[in-house]
Design a protein around this ligand. Structure first.
Ligand code: TTP
Ligand code: MG
Length: 363
């Protein structure tokens, strides 16, 4: 069995629906099929193309183009107003399908997602067969096509799904990854936008092969914390995990002391600071919660947690702070040195607007 940090061991699928909004509209009104179609914008006024079908793309029309330009390129193009509720409903349907194969689904937008199927036992664990089955299920359920890319990381799975659109299924195997990346224009790399691409061009970097010439020590001063990703990507390696967007169950903050502490007052002050961090974080996310937990790690690394649940969600930072002395006392023992303290709020609920649109504050 390959180890978890083997950069070639994972099986990642990227699915991207074909001409998504336009395809949904053609499904809803089959008389639109075969005719150039733009969703979004309006030829008479301002606005831009959200997407267009492949018939319109043949005229050089594309997403984000001014609708007037689209109209100029193809005077008979049909403009349709977007119906986001409809697209969201289809998006939820395809997400349901994804989740039947793996819980590790990371949606990127309404029409695309990464799936990590490394541990998936269906089809003997063969990712290509899994991808084919997902496409089949999507078509069956929504009467729409999507394109799939299958590879050993997110970067290459996404490149692959774009290679044979529409209705494509493209596999990039570990032995082919580095070669594919070498030929890739730098602009196609994940995380390299127009600004970075222009900067790299000045340095003579236009393809993956150009980027691969640069040692990490030379990339670091130029690109800081992104340097390592670029360095690896140029070799067909991308260690980013597929991150499922589960709703948050808790928010917390903790601190490890430079030197273990024993003084209860000092501990309480540290906890109050953590609680304030948590309150700010909750505030930012417009959440609150019913349960406050204090975590204590002793110098021998054993750990204790103590919680208190309120009947109703917290309405203030004060309320959180008021419970801390009791929780701390229950978690610690006199004279026992502590190396880490943390506060977590769980049983989260939205902290908003029962009484109106005003944002509510815990602080
Ligand atoms: P994309 O997947 O980029 O485009 P697409 O699905 O229309 O076409 P294809 O994947 O076959 O190339 O985007 C998905 C949807 O997101 C698209 O249908 C409309 C919307 N969108 C915008 O509203 N504005 C944009 O600039 C882009 C790129 C997409
Ligand atoms: Mg798409």
């Amino acid at each position: 069995m390959a180890s978890a940090d083997d950069p070639y061991a994972r099986r990642i699928i990227h699915i991207d629906m074909d001409a998504f909004y336009a395809a949904v509209e053609m499904r809803e009104d089959p008389s639109l099929r075969g005719r150039p179609l733009v969703v979004g914008g309006d030829p008479e006024r301002r606005g831009t193309v959200a997407t267009c079908n492949y018939e319109a793309r043949a005229y050089g029309i594309h997403s984000a183009m001014a609708s007037r330009t689209a109209k100029k390129r193809c005077p008979e193009v049909i403009f349709i107003r977007p119906r986001f509720d409809l697209y969201r409903a289809v998006s939820a349907e395809i997400r349901e399908i994804f989740l039947q194969y793996t819980p590790k689904v990371e949606p990127l937008s309404l029409d695309e997602a990464y799936l990590d199927v490394t541990g998936c036992r269906l089809f003997g664990g063969i990712a290509t067969d899994i991808a084919r089955d997902i496409k089949r299920r999507i078509l069956e359920k929504t009467r729409l096509t999507g394109s799939a890319g299958v590879s050993y990381n997110k970067f290459l799975a996404k490149i692959a799904s774009d290679m044979n659109k529409p209705d494509g299924l493209t596999v990039v195997r570990p032995e082919d990854g580095p070669k594919l990346v070498a030929h890739l224009p730098i602009r196609k790399f994940f995380g390299i936008g127009p600004v970075t691409a222009a900067r790299m061009k000045e340095l003579g970097i236009e393809t993956g092969a150009d980027l691969g010439q640069w040692p990490l020590e030379r990339l670091q001063p130029l690109f800081g914390k992104h340097a390592e990703y670029y360095y690896q990507a140029a070799r067909g390696v991308d260690l980013r995990e597929v991150e499922p967007d589960r709703p948050r169950k808790s928010l917390g903050s903790e601190t490890t002391f430079v030197q273990d502490i024993q003084d209860l007052e000092e501990m309480l002050n540290a906890l109050k600071l953590r609680a304030r961090e948590v309150a700010l974080d909750l505030q930012e996310k417009q959440l609150t919660g019913k349960t406050v937990t204090v975590k204590v790690k002793f110098s021998d690394f054993t750990q204790v947690t103590r919680s208190h649940s309120f009947d109703r969600p917290l309405t203030s930072y004060r309320q959180m702070v008021a419970i801390l002395p009791d929780l701390l006392r229950r978690a610690t023992e006199p004279g026992r040195a502590v190396r880490l303290l943390g506060v977590t709020v769980s049983n989260l609920v939205p902290h908003s607007d029962e009484e109106g649109p005003v944002q509510r504050s815990l602080l």
